[in-house]
Design a protein around this ligand. Structure first.
Ligand code: PLP
Length: 426
């Protein structure tokens, strides 16, 4: 009866629907592990909120300088407890993950220092921040040196290469947990732990930062619990729970966070200023919902991995592999495939579902990119969203889903779109 509603109202082909339901039944066993991780993360969040005596008064807004913003301070204490760090900077004034990472890098690197990426090239926007792609205002322009050690075949870390690359000049090491928009594997917390221990054995006092974007609450513990000095991310991804309207966070060692605060605001002002402008309530509620939202995203990704693998496409990760983040990629192999899939995801969105996603020449990319994002918060990628660079080998990357009930529906609608466009057949 309810199923008829879906089939009729969304114009789903019966064969597509039956295939979809069969696939869903095949992956349900995997969902239990996801729920168990969410249970642990939800208890961490609840414990931190209770420990810090979160109260209605903390939802008050401040304006102007934002001195004595009680809610902002308690929000940072809660983050500190969840990540088990000495300090935290969680602000609406941090625009995005890139801005948070930029703040942490510029705050802790000075002229002549060297930054090392042991996992190959970092996320696209970081190429500009570092200056690997020539950009005005980059780290390299400020006299900071950069080195990277590429991954070996099979996405393995090049431990010998990393050892050789660490010198007296190496001040900071940046580890990207998520695959981002590349077809490599994401790093699990265990792999990050191993890498950090290896680095510490070579150079004890080097600053180790983890780009934690898309990784938060995917596992039971965070990188700061396995030796990272800093972890950094965006609030319009996992930890904002789809509710935070903007923001980013940096958690870690007290001295490093202090440096970040001076870089974000001004030397001498630091964490003392920064008006919350009324968004503390949403950032807090988003954090409270985040464990459930991340688990919904993971279930959606697992279902999609199973479906597309079964249809004969190469997927990363596969449905049964251990996940380090919420991003799922599917290699369609043709421009028509990725375009149809992204349009299908757009059609499955609650906002702007009637728009047709088109590829365009985005700043900072070397080819046209198609993006599907019908989200409540602009650009939010914890909501069901997809992107694909229109170039070989035509891979679509997608992530998010505020709840599984919508995530699965989004995948079903995208699948149906692929069927209508004759990309898939049964
Ligand atoms: C999203 C992301 C970033 C930052 O991107 P913003 O769009 O600026 O938030 C950085 N690194 C990784 C791995 C990401 O996924």
């Amino acid at each position: 009866m309810n199923n008829n509603f879906i089939v009729e109202k969304f114009g789903i082909n019966k064969a597509v629907y039956n295939f979809f339901i069969d696939c869903e039944n095949s992956v349900k066993d995997k969902f239990q592990e996801i729920d168990e991780i969410a249970n642990i993360n939800q208890s961490k969040v609840l414990w931190a909120m209770q420990k810090n005596k979160l109260s209605e008064i903390h939802f008050q807004s401040t304006t102007g300088y934002g001195y004595n913003d009680l809610g902002r301070d308690v929000l940072e204490d809660i983050y500190k407890d969840i990540f088990k760090t000495e300090d935290a900077l969680v602000r609406g004034q941090i625009i995005s993950g890139t801005h948070a990472l930029t703040t942490a890098l510029f705050a802790n690197l000075k002229y002549g220092d060297e930054l090392l990426s042991p996992i190959g090239a970092p996320y696209d926007t970081l190429l500009g921040v570092i200056g690997i792609r020539k950009t005005k205002g980059s780290l390299i322009e400020h006299g900071i040196l950069y080195k990277q050690v590429d991954l070996l075949e099979g996405d393995k870390l090049d431990f010998d290469g990393i050892k050789a690359a660490i010198t007296s000049k190496t001040k900071m090491i940046t580890i990207q947990r998520s695959k981002g928009y590349s077809f490599r594997k994401s790093f699990t917390i265990n792999e990050i732990k191993e890498l950090i221990e290896f680095i510490r054995n070579i150079k004890k006092d080097v600053i180790i930062m983890v780009d934690n974007c898309y990784g938060e609450f995917v596992e039971e513990i965070e990188p700061t619990e396995v030796g990272a000095d800093l972890a950094v991310g965006s609030l319009i991804k996992n930890l904002g729970g789809g509710i935070a309207p903007a923001g980013g966070y940096i958690v870690g060692k007290k001295e490093l966070i202090e440096n970040c605060s001076y870089r974000l605001t001004a030397p001498g002002l630091g964490k003392e200023v920064g008006p919350s402008l009324g968004i503390t309530h949403e950032i807090m509620q988003g954090l409270f919902l985040a464990p459930g939202v991340v688990s919904a995203s993971l279930k959606t990704a697992i279902l999609a991995a199973f479906i597309f693998e079964k249809l004969g496409f190469q997927v990363n990760p596969t449905f049964s592999e251990k996940r380090g983040d919420i991003v799922q990629s599917v290699k369609f192999g043709t421009p028509e495939g990725v375009i149809s899939f992204c349009r299908g995801i757009q059609n499955g969105a609650p906002v702007d579902s009637f728009l047709v996603a088109e590829e365009w020449e985005m700043p900072g990319y070397d080819c046209p990119v198609i993006m599907a994002s019908g989200s409540f918060v602009s650009g939010s990628s914890i909501e069901l969203s997809a992107d694909a660079p229109i170039k070989e080998p035509y891979i679509a990357y997608f992530q998010g889903g505020l709840n599984y009930n919508h995530g699965r529906l989004g995948i079903l609608i995208a699948l149906n779109k692929l069927w209508i466009d004759e990309i898939i057949r049964f």
